[in-house]
Design a protein around this ligand. Sequence first.
Ligand code: TXA
Ligand code: MG
Length: 333
Amino acid sequence: MARVTGRPGDIDSAAIDRAAEVLRGGGLVAFPTETVYGLGANAADGAAVTRVFQAKGRPPSHPLIVHLADAEQLDGWAEGLPAAARLLAERFWPGPLTLVLRRGRRVPLETTGGLETVAVRVPAHPVALALLSAFGGGIAAPSANRFGSVSPTTAGHVRAELGDAVDVVLDGGPCQVGVESTIVDATGEALSILRPGGVTREDLEAALGRPLEVPATSTVRVPGQHPSHYAPRARVVLVEPEQVIAEAERAQESGHQVGVLLPPAFADAEVKAHAVVAVPASMPAYARELYALLRELDQRGCDLIVASLPPEQGLGLAIANRLRRAAGPRPAA
Ligand code: TXA
Ligand code: MG
């Protein structure tokens, strides 16, 4: 497996060219985006996309996001761009926004999991953009983790989880947003948010000048909508912020190895638990660190994580969504 470093402002163009060549040959390239690392394949090559599903252990009915270098590339990947979707693309691309549109002729059904719609986004990361322009096509990429587990925000996370299943890992340093893109369905009459993410609901509504729907359940297939997703190995228990310490100490006393995501208001408290991390008070910092903190508590041997939800505004909406799903019911082992 090739290892390539490409810090922002320090792009190794030979490495990018090699990675683009791997994509052309039907191989898999893990690459950094501003949200999380993606596991990329040529979006127009059904066989290459099938390898992504195998590497992730993801059911083939779950659609992938097609990444493009810019909105001008949409031709052939998506059919038509409704006015409201165009406005959002102009305002938020490159950036952590994914638009669900009608499938274009270049997209094989493997990429969309059999759907007649396609998810597209233009990522805001210099390494991702360099790879996209060297490759010259669309790159289908889910997050570069095993299906159901926590998304990777460093190249090290990708290597630890996917190892030799990936042909190349491009290292662009830690992801700056830290939670996945916001997915907006633009195929119906009214736009709706299918998954909260790096672009806030408030920013989308300000750009559109009207409120957006956030359906509690979606009729579209979105794996991120399954109850247990974005989950660490340890079981996650959510309680009110002022109950976190008592709940953690109770569980520790009853024999668990308890990890604690300590709310900012209690950052200085002494907690009798196995591993305690204080969560950042600012939502952008919390979003950036959330997945690394969950991985850290797993690594320190916790079997139970006690946490609370942040206020569900701004990036807090995406953080709360991921914590709820991490705490959701697990499939029987
Ligand atoms: O930030 C991100 O979005 C990252 C980076 C790598 O770009 N990617 C990511 O991909 O989170 P993934 O596969 O882990 O999540 C993509 C989500 C899934 O929940 C999938 O169901 C949804 O996008 N999706 C893809 N195509 C769709 C479609 N046609 N209709 C509805 N949802 C779709
Ligand atoms: Mg994912």
